[in-house]
Ligand binder design. Structure first.
Ligand code: FES
Length: 112
């Protein structure tokens, strides 16, 4: 499926995402240049994979955030109502043409 990343500097990166891979993998596999993204490699320990969705897209995401993800999101920089952690979201067909915003800053929760 096709997913569009809006980077903090306004650049737009359109990528092909494999079904079943996490948005963290999608970012890494497609060399989307986000400094420090996914620092804990998807172990739910850093919050650097923070992504923001439109409300409509947010509701289309395949899973709701677990309590662990919500705790980690609380530590993320610039948290919004429609924030999720990329490493916790697996790509589904419903996510075709989604637009994902990468927040301007990030906080690595491991260094708090
Ligand atoms: Fe660290 Fe997602 S990659 S919490």
């Amino acid at each position: 499926v096709s997913i569009k990343f809006i980077l903090p500097d306004g650049q737009v990166k359109l990528v092909n995402a494999k079904l079943g891979s996490t948005l963290l993998d999608v970012v890494l596999d497609n060399n989307v240049a986000i400094d420090g993204f996914g620092a804990c490699e998807g172990t739910l320990a850093c919050s650097t994979c923070h992504l923001v969705f439109s409300e409509q897209d947010f509701n289309k995401l395949p899973t709701k955030a677990s309590d662990e993800e919500l705790d980690m999101l609380d530590l993320a920089y610039g948290l919004t109502e429609t924030s999720r952690l990329g490493c916790q979201i697996k790509v589904t067909e419903d996510m075709n043409n989604m637009q994902v915003t990468v927040p301007a800053g990030m906080a690595d929760a491991r260094f708090r």
